[in-house]
Design a protein around this ligand. Structure first.
Ligand SMILES: *[C@@H]1O[C@H](CO)[C@@H](O)[C@H](O)[C@H]1NC(C)=O
Ligand SMILES: *[C@@H]1O[C@H](CO)[C@@H](O)[C@H](O)[C@H]1NC(C)=O
Ligand SMILES: *[C@@H]1O[C@H](CO)[C@@H](O)[C@H](O)[C@H]1NC(C)=O
Ligand SMILES: *[C@@H]1O[C@H](CO)[C@@H](O)[C@H](O)[C@H]1NC(C)=O
Ligand SMILES: *[C@@H]1O[C@H](CO)[C@@H](O)[C@H](O)[C@H]1NC(C)=O
Length: 441
């Protein structure tokens, strides 16, 4: 049974201060104007007409609205007008659906302790490791979290083989697009892959909105693009992002899509950045800086719609697109250990209750995402990592990572108070997410 606690999840602002990366974004965006189409809600109980906005329509003569940055503000804020994103699945039905090729649900299974084949790499052997995720280096002494293999109930996952993965990537660009969780998966992938490439035949670009790992002999790159809300927003600078007053352009993914357009394999995620209260919408057609305000689920649905409009035009024979479902957090230990007032701090083993589901994984969000992705099933494959990662309360850095600002004595005396129960130690859980990718490619 899935457990669902209705308590509203609030991510402390601190959490968002923890995202690393040091360079200013120089993202250039194509401005967009939009066309508003009047339509009618098909559901009979609604008589009001709903305005549908076509995303990403722009003309080169008309230089549309300003690109949002962290200094963007709303002149004023009014109630949500009810505008929705118009996108349609224009898929000609292809002969097969990629995500059902597989008769076995690889996401349903259990964690098995396996210290003979795991970890797949050593933390200290990966020169691209992040100080946010290098838990052993930062003092974690229980290393059990590195030794778990995911075992699907009815089949086996393909065994990781870095050389074989490089062969799949030959002459290709693999790009991760999303937030710091997705960046963790990207670092995991780089660490999984880098060992078989001689040091002088690989390179990493300086950190920026788009960061690129390159392997010369395969003519291949493994890239990460910071786009935590998928659509254009005032949080698009990987370091200096606004934490309060989130503003998005719900009808524009162009700024980011121009960066990811030419990648061959794309892995998207988006979730945690939506979990912090209402979001301001600044529609592209709005010339006077008047924002609308909408709850985060509604706002994420608009963003997913604009992204889906892009995804629906993908030719799946030329481009592989994956969407990674929400990454669970373990902020309240009472959810797996009744009456306990801690969090993931000092947890050393997975939860073994099958179907365990914590309050950090918002079910209405999952249903919305599933609805959007089901219409894109011929274009986008789902990496449904939520349930399996729910079990891994032991997999977070907690206090064993670099913190960017000095910790106060009262924090140090209460480690749980500053524990990171959101990101994941490496080697660890994201390596398994990448094994799914390897399995499906
Ligand atoms: C694996 O774990 C078992 C049981 O904890 C232990 O006896 C064994 O020494 C470990 N092997 C390795 C290679 O760490
Ligand atoms: C890994 O893949 C390469 C290339 O496909 C193959 O030659 C090699 O035998 C594989 N290694 C293992 C351990 O299976
Ligand atoms: C490298 O890959 C690109 C595609 O990403 C391709 O256009 C180019 O021809 C490749 N270069 C070589 C030398 O194979
Ligand atoms: C805010 O309103 C003022 C005057 O009404 C206008 O000049 C300005 O351009 C507006 N700001 C934005 C961001 O549209
Ligand atoms: C992912 O799997 C869970 C069950 O573990 C299911 O409830 C959810 O709908 C799935 N999400 C998607 C997007 O397929």
């Amino acid at each position: 049974m899935q457990r669902w606690n209705r308590k509203k999840t609030q991510f402390p602002v601190l959490v968002f201060l923890l995202f690393l990366f040091i360079v200013f974004s120089n993202l250039h965006s194509e401005n967009s104007i939009l066309q508003i189409q009047d339509g009618h809600d098909r559901s009979p109980r609604h008589q009001d007409s709903i305005t549908y906005v076509k995303p990403n329509l722009f003309s080169r003569q008309n230089h549309g609205p300003e690109v949002l940055d962290r200094f963007s503000t709303c002149n004023s804020t009014k109630e949500y007008s009810g505008r929705k994103i118009a996108w349609t699945d224009r898929t000609p039905r292809y002969g097969h659906r990629r995500d059902t090729l597989e008769s076995c649900d690889v996401f349903s299974g259990k964690w098995v302790f396996d210290n003979s084949s795991y970890p797949l790499y050593k933390e200290s052997d990966c020169p691209y490791m992040s100080d946010q995720l290098a838990c052993h280096k930062h003092g974690r002494s229980d290393l059990g979290y590195q030794y778990w293999r995911w075992q699907p109930h009815n089949c086996n996952l393909k065994r990781w083989n870095a050389t074989e993965m490089w062969e799949k990537l030959r002459d290709k660009r693999l790009m991760f697009v999303g937030d710091s969780l997705n960046r963790g998966q990207w670092i995991s992938m780089v660490c999984l892959l880098q060992s078989v490439i001689p040091a002088d035949k690989r390179s990493m670009s300086p950190n920026a909105a788009l960061t690129i790992f390159e392997a010369e002999e395969y003519n291949a790159t493994v890239e990460f693009l910071w786009a935590p809300l998928l659509v254009e927003s005032n949080s698009d600078d990987p370091v200096n992002h606004r934490l309060d007053d989130r503003i998005i352009r719900p009808d524009s993914v162009l700024k980011h899509a121009s960066e990811w357009e030419n990648a061959d394999i794309l892995i998207f995620n988006s979730y945690l950045w939506w979990r912090q209260g209402p979001v301001k919408l600044l529609w592209s057609a709005e010339a006077n800086g008047v924002c609308e305000e909408l709850d985060s689920l509604g706002a994420m649905e608009l963003a997913m719609g604009a992204w889906a409009d892009w995804a629906s035009k993908v030719n799946p024979l030329k481009k592989r697109v994956f969407f990674v479902t929400m990454s669970p957090t373990h902020l309240w230990s009472r959810e797996w250990k009744p009456e306990n007032e801690g969090n993931c701090y000092s947890e050393t083993s997975p939860i073994d209750l099958e179907g365990y589901w914590g309050s950090g994984s918002d079910l209405p969000t999952m249903h919305m995402v599933e609805k959007v992705l089901s219409k894109l099933s011929s274009k986008v494959s789902v990496l449904n990592i939520t349930q399996l990662s729910e079990y891994r309360k032991d997999g977070h850095p907690s206090i064993y990572r670099k913190f960017w600002e000095a910790l106060k004595p009262e924090q140090l005396s209460n480690p749980a108070s500053y524990s990171d129960c959101i990101h994941w130690c490496l080697p660890g859980v994201p390596d398994v997410w990448n094994e799914f990718l390897f399995h499906f490619l």
